[in-house]
Ligand binder design. Structure first.
Ligand code: FE
Length: 218
């Protein structure tokens, strides 16, 4: 009798187990705590999402110097010291910011940057200094530029020219910064995807980020 009851009990347990396996409990994932709240110390490392607060370098950094791009025919030395180069110029606002970093991805304080570009119709100011200006990175290696989205001109996709050097007597690196998603990028021999800015929409036009990686040992 006892053996019969034991066998019946075992059958009931096995059958119950099979029933549970065929009907797994479905979890309501919406009630789970967000991952970010479980691990509040985890920080995003990537740059390029248009964050306004870029005070925690190193940000995105390849560890190798950026590829150079030709200076072109419209560079002028002796530009004004200023971060806002679009005074008196109408166009689609672009606020660009980022860091100058060395190849160990350390910020380079007091680095020199010189920017120049065409206006929204693709024209350069070759008599004055509209849309031209130089500046220096702050103690955190950060720069910021207020300008407009440059226009196309014959043969060229839109671009912002820049020169950067770590110190007064350091070699200059000359690059051109490009805009993601522009069709003409594909047909421009100077275009380089390593020189693409990250651009997002902001309340005041476009917000861009870009880090200049330079070899300070040259
Ligand atoms: Fe140009």
């Amino acid at each position: 009798m006892k053996i019969t009851l034991l066998i019946l009990f075992l059958i009931a347990v096995i059958a119950g187990g099979l029933y549970v396996n065929k009907n797994p409990v479905k979890m309501d994932l919406s009630t789970l705590m967000p991952f970010s709240q479980i691990t509040p110390t985890v920080k995003k490392k990537s740059v390029g999402t248009g964050e306004k607060n870029l005070t925690n370098p190193p940000q995105a950094c390849s560890g190798t110097q950026l590829p150079a791009a030709t200076e072109g025919p419209y560079y002028k030395s002796g530009t004004p010291l200023r971060k806002k180069i679009d005074d008196g110029i109408s166009g689609n606002k672009l606020t660009l910011q980022g860091y100058v970093l060395d190849t160990n991805c350390r910020p380079v304080a007091n680095a020199w940057l010189d920017f120049w570009q065409a206006d929204g119709t693709g024209k350069y100011d070759n008599t004055g200094f509209k849309l031209r200006g130089h500046q220096f990175t702050d103690a955190e290696g950060k720069y910021a530029l207020e300008t407009i989205i440059p226009g196309e001109y014959p043969g060229r996709t839109p671009h912002v020219h820049a020169k950067v050097k770590a110190r007064e007597n350091s070699p200059e690196l000359t690059v051109q910064l490009f805009i993601p998603g522009v069709e003409k990028n594909q047909n421009d021999g100077i275009f380089n995807k390593e020189l693409l800015m990250n651009i997002t929409e902001s309340q005041n036009g476009k917000a861009g980020t870009f880090n200049f990686i330079i070899n300070t040992n040259l």
